[in-house]
Ligand binder design. Structure first.
Ligand code: NDP
Length: 449
């Protein structure tokens, strides 16, 4: 039996006009990848590595929430796995239900988010289905991507830089009704145009990681790299690292990428990253035991960088955290900057402060991107200056499997999730541009094959 969702999907695939799409009835419920509140203790006592997103992630039918005046429903054609999907699905460092409870106390509209389920997902590409009465810039039928900065702009702290807003949240992580669902609930100020030369799945994987790397490398709110600077990039073929490499290359900088296999090194070379360090092959052990770092290993990394580029990096793009921060602070150039947005291997950080103050270095914290930064990062994609790093796609039912792969560092670049898109390869409206950029657009897919 055909459902309202089938009719919406068919209308999108047939490129029905926006007013037709906007007139279609909405379903009472939709399918979504969720974790459940009554399972948030399921991994208690289990080591982090063994917490399995395939056990905690379910695809459930969820009732459609009411639409606030400043919001839109988006029919999600494709979404993506981010590391925050991993954190949510393994309930680390905390179960996300606490975030939803807090949001629930803020307002009548916030209350909708406090549910016994959490729809995950902080990325999406799709089509606007309905807009609230206060939405001015978007209408049903608009093809969009969604960035994940969820901010109530009626709060004065949300102005200047909305990442500094007291009520700033990451959509689909600190809010409910994220992108891993047939219908997503988003604020209108999360919407951005879909790049015309990309398929739904290629368009879905960029916003979170591309915008984060843009802010970290390019923006005055981040390291604001200038031409000729050298940037050491950890995890250079990963989610944020592969976009960081592109911004460094685009800005006339010299990236030094660190990866953990010859295949990843080859991928970076093909991207145009000349200087690559394989951390596994070179056997770096920055910690001699759980409590003790080995500064001689920091020096060995510093030498490996100087051997390649003849100098120390002006900027270190840092996110592995505890495992690498001591080395990052050490190898950074005198007066340089370690810019950090994460701590995947542990957030209680240790470094030798003498190398920071005596050498006048800076450690700067960075987190996602404000709307303007996300918009500029999206424009770089739309104009073909930055390409998507999609390596593989999964179905919505396979969300847990895809999160498992990211949890265990088994993926390259980004993993996409097909939601309403029945197949890969759909949604392109500028085939000429696509043809011209095909080698870059498909680089990560070819390497993964
Ligand atoms: P990915 O897993 O896609 O990539 C991370 C890369 O880091 C891996 O490819 C791996 O590369 C490298 N890596 C992993 N562990 C270590 C380690 N112990 N030492 C050195 N390198 C390591 O994740 P993302 O790039 O998407 O995200 C990275 C982190 O950034 C996550 O913690 C995520 O939550 C966070 N993040 C934060 C954002 C923010 O706004 N604050 C936004 C986006 C992400 P290799 O093995 O090849 O060296």
């Amino acid at each position: 039996m055909a459902t309202e969702i089938d009719a919406i999907r068919t209308a999108i695939l047939d490129e029905a006009p926006g007013d037709e799409l906007g007139a279609l009835p909405l379903p009472e419920s939709f399918r979504a990848a969720v974790v459940r509140a009554d399972e948030q203790e399921m991994f208690a006592g289990v080591p982090s590595d063994e917490k399995d997103p395939r056990k905690s992630t379910h695809v459930d039918d969820i009732a459609i929430p009411e639409l606030a005046p400043d919001e839109a429903y988006v029919a999600v054609m494709a979404s993506a796995i981010n590391f925050n999907t991993v954190w949510t699905s393994i309930f680390e460092p905390l179960p996300t239900f606490g975030f939803l409870k807090r949001l629930g106390k803020e307002s009548v509209w916030g209350k909708r988010h406090d549910q016994p389920f959490h729809i995950m997902g902080s990325d999406a590409s799709g089509v606007v289905l309905r807009v609230g009465s206060a939405v001015r810039n978007w209408k049903p039928g608009d093809r969009v991507t969604v960035h994940c900065n969820h901010v109530d702009d009626q709060d004065p702290t949300a102005h200047d830089d909305s990442m500094l807003a007291a009520n700033q949240r990451i959509w689909g992580f600190e809010t409910n009704y994220g992108g891993l669902a047939e219908i997503a609930l988003v604020k209108a100020n999360q919407l951005m145009p879909k790049p015309a030369h990309l398929t739904w799945e290629e368009a879905a994987v960029n916003a979170l990681t591309n915008s984060t790397s843009y802010r970290m490398i390019v923006s005055p709110n981040g390291a604001q790299m200038t031409q000729g600077q050298a940037v050491l990039i950890w995890g250079a073929s990963g989610g944020i690292g592969a976009y960081a490499c592109q911004y460094v290359l685009n800005g006339g900088g010299t990236p030094v990428g660190i990866v953990s296999s010859p295949e990843r090194a080859a991928l970076l070379h093909e991207m145009g990253v000349e200087h690559v360090i394989d951390r596994k092959a070179e056997g770096f052990r920055f910690w001699s035991d759980e409590h003790t770092q080995d500064p001689s290993e920091w020096r060995r990394l510093g030498k490996a960088i100087r051997d390649r580029i003849g100098r120390d990096p002006d900027i270190v793009f840092e996110h592995p955290g505890r495992q690498t921060m001591g080395a990052s602070v050490f190898v950074c150039k005198r007066g340089g900057m370690v810019i950090t947005c994460a701590a995947t291997s542990g957030f209680m950080i240790e470094y030798d402060n003498r190398y920071l103050w005596m050498m006048l270095k800076t450690i700067k914290g960075c987190h996602f991107a404000n709307y303007r930064e996300a918009w500029e990062a999206n424009r770089a994609i739309c104009e073909g200056k930055v390409f998507p790093t999609l390596s593989r796609t999964f179905s919505l039912d396979e969300t847990g499997e895809a999160a498992y792969e990211v949890h265990h560092n088994l993926h390259e670049g980004k993993l996409g999730i097909l939601v309403l898109a029945p197949d890969e390869g759909l949604g392109v409206t500028d085939p000429e541009m696509r043809e011209r950029l095909l080698p870059q657009i498909t680089l990560f897919r070819r390497h993964d094959a």
